[in-house]
Design a protein around this ligand. Structure first.
Ligand code: NAI
Length: 465
């Protein structure tokens, strides 16, 4: 542990995907880095109570569902199928622990000084750390990066009680399968965790304020996704405004504007996230914010010299991989003046079954911006590998500029869409046309052939549809 006189080249507050990745890259570039994190486990929301534990439960719950209902047509059936929820949760915790140890190892290997405590900026170059062991310490740094992430948005009229009414954090730890789970918000968090508990046997009702699910995603795919989720048993109430929720020992009651209340035994509030900057001392040092987000320039500099910000606390999508890109670009710019993130090409993935993935512009955005486009669609139902694997529900949609043929957006719903989208993101990063994707030899039989066929379909020459 460093002493009172410790001076670093760079101090980073927050060891989520933005902060710890920035720390590693900065160390690779020769900086002496201090990394402050209040939680004993590094990796941030993503590793502790977000991306990773939810993916562990999505995987386990899908296996359970398949074993119960999805394998008969394969000629595989089980008798006496049982759910051991505690074991499922233990496996999830194990995955998190393994990855957390991995990050600890990386931080050690890169000779980054880790401070377990809460950082507060006293002035440019000066951070006070309230250490978790009760002591406090002041460190100096040429530069400071704020990477403190985000926290769930609260809804007026709903006070999470940390048990029956909670956020994704609680929904990753229910000790038994709810009979009736009400989800408020049909975004990524609601649909992923709703899928988990639906597969494990809960009745799941989704209440969404808008007239559609997955706002921000391509509307055509979102409509298709909703139909598929409905077939899986999720019940949707769109155009529904939640005005309150209360809980007692027996259950919960969710109050709606203009409709009857709903009784249930658990409520999951997933209506977005807000930057977490409490206690950092932003106002005292004069760091400018707008709607809670820290304003930065293209070099991630805040309004105060020597203080930078990345990830969920600044404008842009609140996604782990975007925070990582911010972190790397931020420290590379510090070291060399060069660094780059293409914010137009940040993929977004919803890890439901099937997955929904997207990169670039949606059809609605192109229409709003009057950009002429051609559209190629290819269904998974016409792909050999998809059928062999029982993944016929899905489609790829490619949007290419009508004149230049440059690919402007790719939207996929289907098995492994989250993996397939990487090809689209890589192609678009290199400025590909749909003809480029169509002319790329794709191995047969693979799901990736759906991308090639959708690219061919842009020019109305798909082979298999
Ligand atoms: P979200 O912003 O994606 O969706 C929230 C939904 O709640 C919206 O559809 C909104 O219209 C609705 N809503 C808001 N107020 C409401 C009300 N009073 N009654 C009913 N509906 C209401 O937020 P979500 O799902 O909480 O995710 C938060 C952040 O975390 C997002 O930035 C998301 O991208 C990110 N995330 C990403 C994941 C992924 O990439 N797979 C997984 C989980 C989260």
């Amino acid at each position: 542990m460093a002493d009172k006189s410790t001076k670093h080249d760079l101090v980073i507050i927050g060891a989520g995907p933005g902060g710890y990745v920035a720390a590693i890259r900065a160390s690779q570039l020769g900086m002496n880095v201090g990394l402050i994190e209040k939680e004993p486990v590094m990796g941030g929301t993503c590793l502790r109570v977000g991306c990773i534990p939810s993916k562990a439960l999505l995987e386990s719950s899908e296996l359970y569902w398949k074993a119960g209902k999805g394998l008969e047509k394969h000629g595989v059936s089980f008798e006496g199928l049982q759910l051991d929820l505690e074991k499922m949760m233990d496996r999830k915790r194990g995955v998190v622990q393994t990855l957390a140890k991995g990050i600890e190892g990386l931080i050690r290997k890169n000779k980054i000084t880790r401070y377990e405590g809460t950082g507060k900026i006293l002035a440019p170059g000066k951070v006070e750390i309230s250490l978790n062991d009760g002591k406090s310490e002041e460190v100096q740094a040429d530069r400071i990066i704020i990477a403190t992430g985000s926290t769930p948005t609260r809804l007026p009229g709903i006070e999470p009680d940390g048990d029956r009414i909670g956020t994704s954090t609680e929904a990753l730890e229910y000790d038994k399968v709810p009979e009736h789970l009400v989800l408020i918000g049909a975004g990524a968090i609601g649909l992923e965790l709703g899928s988990v508990w639906n597969r494990l046997g809960a009745k799941v009702t989704v209440l969404e304020y808008l007239d559609r699910i997955l706002p921000g995603m391509d509307a055509e795919l979102a409509r298709l996704a909703m139909r598929i989720f409905q077939n899986q048993g999720l019940e949707f109430h769109l155009n529904t405004k939640v005005v309150g929720a209360s809980a007692n020992k027996k259950g919960c009651r969710v109050e709606l504007a203009g409709a009857d209340p709903i009784e249930c035994d658990r409520v999951l509030v997933a209506v977005g996230r807000v930057p977490f900057t409490d206690g950092l001392g932003l106002e005292d040092v004069g760091i400018r914010t707008e709607k809670g987000r820290i304003l930065v320039d293209e070099d991630f500099r805040t309004s105060v010299d020597g203080i930078y910000a990345i990830g969920d606390v600044i404008p842009g999508p609140m996604l782990a991989h975007k925070a990582e890109e911010d972190g790397v670009a931020c420290v590379e710019k510090m070291a060399s003046g060069y660094g780059h993130v293409d914010y137009g090409l940040v993929p977004a993935i919803v890890y439901t079954s099937p997955e929904v993935a997207s990169v670039g512009k949606t059809q609605e955005q192109l229409e709003d911006e009057d950009i002429p486009f051609r559209k190629g669609i290819f269904p998974f139902a016409a792909n050999g590998r998809a059928l062999a694997g029982d993944h016929a529900d899905g489609r790829v949609k490619i949007l290419a500029h009508a004149e230049t043929d440059r690919v402007l957006g790719v939207h996929i719903i289907g098995h492994a869409a989250g993996e397939l989208i990487a090809e689209a993101a890589a192609a678009m990063t290199f400025g590909a046309s749909s003809e480029d994707i169509a002319r790329t030899c794709h191995a047969h039989p693979t799901l990736a052939e759906t991308l090639k066929e959708a690219a061919l379909a842009v020019d109305k020459r798909a082979i298999h549809s």
